[in-house]
Write a new protein. Structure first.
Lengths: 169, 169
DNA sequence: CGACACATGTAACACGTTACATGATTTG
DNA sequence: CAAATCATGTAACGTGTTACATGTGTCG
């Protein structure tokens, strides 16, 4: 539901057309999760279906603009005033992978090591991206989020290794 | 792709039937992400479609057992030897929400505060669950993963607040 | 007997995602 | 002129998810 609400939020600042929404979405959230332009249109169609946006004809250049509805505004308000719960979050593939490795006979140390290398590289990439960027506040916060998460992942991997070594002694 | 690979990994330790797979999956990953039994069957059907498992008739009690194929075993091997990349991960709803709040005129401090309360509660719940549980190693590691993540989230929220306060001064 | 756990399955939908088709306009 | 950017849209698929239908066995 992130794209849905993200686009809806952008529309709450005024009517937009599809292509513009992608540009602004990426300008806000950064290059980490590129947004396929096709998805903007499919999402707009679904938002329209649900009565959260309304097609507002075309502008002077013939672009198809969309306007947020009252119901859409309420939905945005609800989104911002409701926290993201644990149950809302998708299953964590890495956690499941390590758990499965531990439960079945797979060599956990190997899996951990492989992941650690990848996460470390990602972390370097992210710090580099942060130095390079410096654009907007929103983008920087998203980058920071990824950095904080990657660091936590490294710590968790260390923890997993320590615990599983201790267990197999 | 977590459920898919999780079930496949369980099947790599020997043939199972659907209901048993759910029990073992939840025993391994814990109660955090309950697995609807219906989903086991839909996933098994898709695994069969892709040639990763094969229906192995019924056991003595008439239960429909499934067996992993050679291709399935290879897939499991690939899963464990390939790290989870940044691009594999789903969009982070919280990061997008905060970024959107910053970019549009929404009161970020409010959003942060609401989330912080929820995350703190989740963290308490998790520490309680950890004391209560103590079952298997895999389950404990999953719980630890959630704890590490929640802590990182708290730190990130603090960071967001500090940065956005600084910005609006 | 009634409730509950065991057990299997299907239908339908949501969202995310990509591939493709199409055309206008701008710019080197 | 050719390539790139701007711009819109559709078709199709994948996974995750839930709701529903159905039936057996067991235990208080």
């Amino acid at each position: 539901m992130s794209i849905r609400h993200g686009l809806l939020t952008l529309l709450s600042s005024g009517p937009r057309y599809g292509y513009q929404l992608r540009v602004e979405f990426e300008a806000t959230t950064g290059a980490t999760w590129p947004l396929n332009i096709g998805q903007v249109y499919t999402t707009l169609a679904r938002l329209e279906r649900d009565g959260l946006v309304a097609p507002g004809g075309a502008d002077e250049q013939g672009r198809a603009i969309y306007t947020i509805t009252e119901a859409g505004r309420e939905e945005v308000g609800r989104w911002f005033s409701t926290p993201v719960a644990q149950t809302d979050r998708p299953r964590d593939e890495l956690a499941i992978k390590i758990a499965m490795a531990v439960a079945s006979g797979v060599d956990v140390a190997d899996v951990i090591q492989t992941q650690r290398v990848a996460t470390m590289r990602a972390l370097q990439e992210l710090t580099r991206a942060k130095r390079a960027a410096g654009d907007g506040l929103a983008q920087r916060l998203v980058l920071d989020s990824l950095i904080f998460k990657a660091e936590a992942e490294q710590r968790w991997l260390d923890h997993c290794e320590a615990v599983s070594k201790e267990k197999s002694r």
